[in-house]
Design a protein around this ligand. Structure first.
Ligand SMILES: [Zn+2]
Length: 233
């Protein structure tokens, strides 16, 4: 951790993480009409995408912001092993309605361990390990994601005070360390499924996510090892 932590999460003395923004273009989607801008992390080469509502937030509120870590299986294929695809759709619907920005952070697959390692972790989960234990078995960090580029992109977009669409208090803390003030956490919980219940339970129990799971975990007990579960967010 090289970020200079300061009182109240302010950025005194913080060195900006180098990022470069491209042109702003129209992006009509199934979720509404947005504008999009690619941002390159000049330290890592990762290319991220900011997808924003074209209008300012309603009622003068702080803009909604979702930091969405790339999840190929969930976002593109609609995998039920995690809730990423549904969270992405929910966030875009909310931002379309209330105003804000979704930052799609690439290179963060599987909480930063990469696609191939995520698949290895899936295999371990099918052998009975939970999402945290699987990463530990692989000798990989439970969460390797870095939010410095994200915070810098938000700063350059003028989004210094935000309402964060997330259930993950760690994101709020890390953004504060990087100089972005989260004035409100807006939950993004989507319905749990049998296939992702153990994964969501692990996020709640072992990563302090603020989830109120609507299915008792006992519902999946007694069905043997290897309930589907994976990485992310
Ligand atoms: Zn996912």
């Amino acid at each position: 951790m090289t970020t200079t932590e300061t009182r109240d999460g302010m950025t005194l003395g913080r060195k900006p993480h180098p990022v470069s923004g491209g042109p702003i273009v129209q992006l009509p989607t199934a979720f509404g009409d947005f504008v999009a801008q690619a941002w390159t992390d000049l330290a890592t080469g990762a290319e991220h995408l900011a997808v924003s509502s074209p209008l300012p937030p309603v009622d003068g509120q702080a803009p909604l912001v979702r930091l969405h870590s790339e999840c190929l299986t969930g976002d593109v294929f609609g995998s039920y092993r995690c809730d990423c695809g549904e969270q992405l759709a929910y966030a875009l619907e909310m931002i379309n309605e209330f105003g804000g920005t979704l930052l799609y952070l690439r290179g963060q697959e599987g909480r930063g361990i990469g696609l191939a390692n995520k698949m290895k972790a899936y295999a371990l989960q099918e052998a009975g390990f939970d999402t945290v234990e699987a990463n530990e078995q692989l000798g990989l960090p439970v969460d390797a994601r870095c939010y410095k580029a994200a915070a810098q992109i938000l700063a350059e977009l003028g989004l210094n005070e935000i309402r964060l669409l997330s259930n993950n208090p760690d994101k709020q803390d890390r953004l504060a360390q990087a100089g972005v003030k989260v004035v409100e956490m807006v939950p993004t919980e989507v319905p749990s499924r049998e296939q992702n219940l153990r994964y969501l339970q692990t996020k709640k129990d072992r990563m302090d996510h603020l989830l109120v799971l609507d299915v008792e975990p006992a519902a999946s007990a007694g069905q043997g090892r290897g309930r589907f579960e994976h990485e992310q967010d």
